[in-house]
Ligand binder design. Structure first.
Ligand code: FAD
Length: 334
């Protein structure tokens, strides 16, 4: 493999029923920085049925070029068709870097493409950068239970590929004046050649919290002790019109379901306000909420790590502070 031949930063743009997933737009933002550093093009890869018009939107978020394959067999995601279509594009156009959202389909596709084109893949990354001297893509992710950040390189193969968790990168502001170009490719797989058929799409009922969409989150940690303590957290959340969340220790104690857990093995959230009550600030928790716009921590230990992530800190006993705040919010918003 002549790795010098590989140029350009690519982002896989996931869509469902023609609606582009935010993670693709977030990755165009991150990809723009990488492409500018390398002085190469940023390209989106858009597959589907009747989706060509969507390219316009991708220029606005930073893409210079959009590779489109518009074909009825690509209407719904299937490993078989998407792997072949993306593999063909990679072989033909030779991108240097290729990133995907770490969604269920993004993870499936990235690993399938890695085997199809014989390259490496760094899964579930949270930071992307370039070592300009070596022209090397640096994809970093938490490792060893989140105690260290591991930076993973793909030295001998191209493209250098990574999946990136949704909501970790900032979605850029769209610029309606930006223009780009579409390169449309043909795809010759036929429905009758395929081993998998999409018979029906059944949407799962959305369970519980919907934390990823919440604008205000009030989260409780082990410092709130038990269910009675958590009731106090819920009361504050109600008074602030907020959604409740928890650290893993609270979930493991059976106080609330896993769908409310924030962190490395839970959800990544980016609300406008995140209130952390009795949460120590372990890296595995912080990685899931550190991009919140405003973080307020309440903890009785002035040295708690959570204060490093917080914009405002209140040092004191949550059992005194939280009921006072609840009363204030009830009165203010009544
Ligand atoms: P503690 O660390 O016990 O902190 C309790 C805090 O409450 C302390 O800071 C204490 O000072 C404070 N406190 C006590 N009493 C009061 C009071 N009266 N008033 C105010 N403050 C008080 N954790 C997650 O949250 N999410 C994850 O997704 C996650 N994934 C993990 C994955 C792996 C592989 C591993 C190894 C760990 C993971 N963890 C995760 C666990 C993580 O390491 C921590 O153990 C956990 O976040 C700690 O939860 P906590 O902050 O609620 O509890």
């Amino acid at each position: 493999m002549n790795i010098e031949e590989y140029k350009g930063v690519w982002v896989f743009i996931e869509q469902r029923d023609g609606e582009i997933f935010d993670v693709g737009l977030e990755l165009l933002g991150a990809g723009r920085d990488l492409a500018d550093k390398l002085e190469v093009e940023l390209c989106g890869v858009l597959l589907g049925d009747g989706i060509k018009d969507k390219a316009e939107e991708l220029y606005q978020y930073g893409a210079d070029t959009v590779y489109v394959i518009d074909n009825p067999v690509l209407k719904h995601y299937r490993s078989e068709t998407y792997m072949k279509a993306v593999g063909d594009l990679v072989r033909k156009y030779k991108p240097e870097i290729f990133v995907y959202g770490a969604t269920a389909n993004g993870k499936d596709l990235a690993s399938a493409v890695a085997t199809e084109v014989m390259t490496g893949l760094t899964a579930d990354t949270t930071m992307l950068d370039i070592d300009l001297e070596k022209r090397m893509f640096e994809a970093s992710r938490p490792a060893f239970g989140g105690n260290i950040m591991a930076t993973i390189l793909c030295k001998k193969h191209r493209p250098q590929m990574a999946t990136v968790r949704p909501k970790v990168m900032q979605k850029p502001e769209p610029d309606p004046s930006r223009k780009g170009k579409v390169i449309e490719e043909k795809f010759d797989m036929k429905e009758e050649d395929l081993r998998t058929k999409v018979v029906e799409i059944v949407k799962a009922a959305k369970k519980g919290a919907n934390l990823e969409e919440a604008e205000i989150i009030v989260a409780g940690g082990k410092g709130i002790k038990d269910e009675k303590g958590f009731k106090m957290v819920k009361d504050l959340a109600d008074a602030m019109n907020a959604t409740v969340a928890a650290s893993r220790d609270v979930v493991e104690a059976g106080i609330i379901g896993h769908e409310y857990q924030v962190g490395q093995t839970g959800l990544t959230v980016t609300p406008k306000i995140y209130v952390a009550i009795g949460i120590s600030g372990a890296v595995q928790h912080v990685v899931g909420m550190q991009n919140s716009e405003l973080i307020i921590a309440i903890n009785n230990d002035p040295d708690a790590t959570i204060f490093n992530a917080a914009h405002y800190g209140i040092v004191g006993d949550a059992f005194e502070i939280v009921p006072m705040l609840t009363e204030e919010f009830k009165n203010a918003l009544a």
